[in-house]
Write a protein that binds this ligand. Structure first.
Ligand code: PGA
Length: 249
């Protein structure tokens, strides 16, 4: 039985003052032992958040694939680990699009994060054109195969299915569509990894909120959620954690 994981992604939002929200989220997380709770904050907040917040895992939104060197503006996995991060997101579609990250970059980032002792949430997802053309499944399974790190294990790796057209738009796929893609991702992981595939958590992400969380989290092969906008405040994020806890119990 895979434990549910509810992960927040603050993107380029948040300040020292916003850490009060994390305190409140952590307080709920501490009372829901059946659910793992994690929040990826901006790099500038990792150290403060990790020192002060209890009950949840603080993480990064990205790391560089290299260990160190001439990469102005980038941070390495070891740097965020030292600051207190316990995990990193890699391959978010906003980075794939804005920073031109390829599957090979994403795989390198996942491997660098694991080597530095971080857990990893690896994102895949199709565009609206892909979905309309009926190739969503083919696109996301190909992304997964090409960005999967070596020695992938459920102990440190989760995969997030995030349809690009559902991110920040208020639109979500049907539960049947989510279950179909998660089934395809699970089958691809089994092809590539054998039995180890069944330990890897598959998260859904894209406009998850308190109104749709229970339905999405109850779908087959959905082991949690990656939440953007609704993770910024305790008022919006806590009900999603509670929905996961009800399903887990
Ligand atoms: P959203 O973002 O919940 O605001 O749609 C999800 C994500 O990008 O991880």
């Amino acid at each position: 039985m895979r434990r549910k994981l509810i992960a927040g992604n603050w993107k380029m939002n948040g300040s020292m003052a916003a850490l009060a929200e994390l305190d409140a989220i952590g307080a709920t997380a501490a009372t829901t032992p059946g659910v793992d709770v994690a929040v990826a904050v901006p790099a500038t907040l990792i150290a403060s958040a990790a020192q002060r917040v209890r009950g949840l895992s603080v993480g990064a939104q990205d790391v560089h694939q290299g260990e160190c060197g001439a990469h102005t503006g980038c941070v390495s996995a070891a740097m965020v680990r030292e600051a207190g991060a316990r995990f990193s997101i890699v391959g978010h579609s906003e980075r794939r699009a804005d920073q031109g990250e390829s599957d090979a970059h994403v795989r390198g980032k996942a491997e660098a994060a694991h080597a530095a002792g971080l857990q990893v949430i690896l994102c895949v997802g199709e565009t609206l054109d892909d979905r309309d053309a009926g190739r969503a499944e083919a696109v996301v399974t190909a992304q997964l195969a090409a960005s999967l790190p070596t020695h992938a294990e459920g102990e440190w790796l989760a995969v997030a299915y995030e349809p690009i057209w559902a991110i920040g738009t208020g639109r979500t796929p049907t539960v049947a569509d989510v279950a179909a893609i998660h089934g395809a991702l699970r089958a691809k992981l089994r092809d590539l990894l054998g039995e180890e595939a069944d330990a890897i958590r598959l998260l859904y992400g894209g406009s998850v909120n308190d109104a749709n969380a229970a339905e999405l989290l109850g779908a087959d092969d959905v082991d949690g959620a990656l939440v953007g906008g609704a993770s910024l405040t305790a008022t919006k994020f806590v009900p999603i954690i509670e929905a996961a806890a009800r399903i887990a119990s």
